[in-house]
Write a protein that binds this ligand. Structure first.
Ligand SMILES: Nc1ncnc2c1ncn2[C@@H]1O[C@H](COP(=O)(O)OP(=O)(O)O)[C@@H](O)[C@H]1O
Ligand SMILES: [Mg+2]
Length: 499
């Protein structure tokens, strides 16, 4: 379990906060208890200082239930409107939005977390709707939190009682870290904890995460175990992606490890933006690397081997970076992923690739691992670049479905291959020589490519250096015609080869 959750404060006395903040929120809650409705609280301040924790601990301390709603989620709004529109004094509402009878009804804290993310423009579910709602003086205690309360309009802020949270001091953070180490049975050097605390820049969540990462696999933490690296902000995910996609730079691994995002989140970012940068073989290679990283993450999820996070992170950063053919330039506008959608996509793709490898392994009589290392890219190369007849033979040999082919060569080529197979009634050939034939065809293709490359060179020389001599150009044309004929001949042999 993640320590930030394991050690989330249960009651107010576990929350590290200045005395006056605690006094204000306790007074606020007490008046609610006495039946006197209060303005909503707006807790503002940087991430990881205990805004959400304080709200939860407050409710817990006073025995209130919590209805945690997301202001930018439409479903939440149905619940919010019911609370305001229908709830009488004694009536309250469950987290599913059901009304409870007066007897079982207690006060319920409505927690609207991170409201600075809601849209200003939209009528429904936007800031103006929230303002309208708060003006109707809801009969339930409401707490709003925001990283940047000044992103909200003044009108909204004025409807709330504003409580400003500050970054936590190093000594406050060290105290929490010490408590955690004691409870985990870890011997920690005070200097080590100070380093972690200073590095976190007042963000306790970050400090706890760092502590857990450093403590992984250790019973004792010394100062030299703490690698001091400036923590990066959330926006630095973009910088990490830029480094992965555009360059060949192994330091991107260290960058990724110091991100606030977990590898689980980072892989979704990478997966979402990969197709914006990579194409063809490099895209496919990168997807394979990603699906291996994803396998490691699966093991972490199932068995809690957090150490595997490092391998997963290495694969998804350095692995993906080195899957590309060449460094890329320009500016790419990366996209924020839709996490749930992407997680299923990764899973599906992983399944597909695994099935393809299984087929290759089966028909080539080798393990899937060997199939990946020794056959996969070669087969993909052939499917893409060989003439349609050869590609169709290969596809039939491995019994690829159209869906699988699409993943390997793209929709258009997949359709062409499938059509060719249908038209010519190509079936799986079980001859043992087929594989060798494929290799021979491959060699031939390589020869042709070389020849073509030479031809391009020659033509260039003729056209650039002696453009004025029409005679030569004509000669060049004739040469090319001859070569084209030769190529046609070669194709015929290739066809024969497989017929
Ligand atoms: N003031 C605090 N007192 C105790 N624990 C805290 C405090 N601030 C943060 N934490 C720890 O960090 C985690 C994240 O804090 P959270 O309340 O979610 O921060 P915020 O909502 O301000 O971003 C909590 O689960 C808890 O473990
Ligand atoms: Mg929060």
């Amino acid at each position: 379990m993640l320590w930030v959750e394991k050690y989330r404060p249960k009651t107010l006395k576990d929350v590290v906060a200045d005395k006056d903040i605690l006094e204000r929120v306790i007074a606020w809650a007490k008046r609610w208890q006495e039946g006197i409705p209060q303005k909503p609280l707006l807790l503002g301040g940087p991430p990881g200082v205990g805004k959400t924790s304080l709200a939860l601990a407050l409710a817990n301390t006073f025995g209130w239930e919590v209805v945690e709603l997301n202001a930018s989620d439409q479903r939440s709004w149905q619940i919010i409107r019911r609370i305001v529109g229908e709830a009488a004094f004694s009536e309250t509402i469950s987290s599913e939005g059901e009304f409870l009878s007066s007897e079982s009804g207690r006060l319920k804290l409505i927690l609207l977390d991170e409201v600075d993310n809601i849209s200003k423009k939209e009528d429904f579910g936007g800031e103006s709707a929230l303002i309208k709602l708060l003006k109707r003086k809801p009969r339930q205690p409401i707490i709003l939190t925001a990283n940047d309360p000044y992103k909200l309009s003044k009108e909204l802020r004025d409807l709330c009682e504003f409580v400003q949270f500050k970054r936590l001091r190093t000594d406050q953070i060290v105290k929490v870290l010490e408590r955690i180490c004691a409870s985990e049975g870890i011997k920690a050097d005070r200097n080590a904890l100070r380093l972690i605390a200073q590095n976190a820049g007042g963000d306790l969540r970050a400090a706890i995460n760092d502590l857990q990462a450093i403590a992984e696999g250790r019973r004792e933490i010394r100062a030299e175990d703490v690698v001091v690296s400036k923590r990066m902000q959330e926006t630095d995910v973009f910088k990490v992606m830029q480094k992965i996609f555009k360059r060949f730079d192994r330091t991107v691994y260290t960058d990724a490890m110091s991100l606030d995002e977990s590898p689980e989140d980072l892989i979704v970012w990478i997966d979402e933006n990969l197709p914006l940068e990579y194409e063809g073989d490099e895209l496919l290679r990168a997807y394979l690397v990603l699906s291996r990283a994803d396998m490691f993450l699966g093991r972490v999820r199932r068995r809690g081997f957090y150490r595997l996070w490092r391998y997963a992170t290495y694969l998804m950063t350095v692995g993906v970076a080195f899957a590309k053919q060449r460094a890329k330039g320009g500016f790419t506008k990366y996209q924020r992923p839709n996490i749930w959608q992407m997680l299923t996509l990764i899973k599906e793709r992983r399944e597909k690739v695994r099935n393809i490898l299984k087929k290759i392994a089966k028909y080539s009589h080798m393990s899937s691992k060997k199939a990946l290392n020794e056959m996969f890219f070669f087969i993909v190369y052939m499917l893409r670049h060989a003439d349609i007849a050869t590609a169709s033979k290969i596809s039939a040999f491995y019994d690829f479905s159209e869906e699988e082919l699409s993943l390997l060569v793209g929709d258009k080529r997949a359709r062409e291959i499938k059509e060719f197979i249908r038209k010519h009634g190509i079936k799986r050939v079980v001859e043992e020589e087929v594989e060798e034939e494929i290799f021979k065809a491959f060699e031939k293709k390589v020869e042709e490519t070389k020849e073509e490359a030479e031809k391009v060179k020659e033509v260039k020389v003729e056209e650039v250096e002696k453009p004025e001599k029409a005679e030569e150009v004509v000669k060049g044309k004739a040469k090319r015609r001859r070569r084209k004929k030769k190529k046609e001949k070669a194709e015929v042999t290739l066809d024969k080869f497989f017929s």
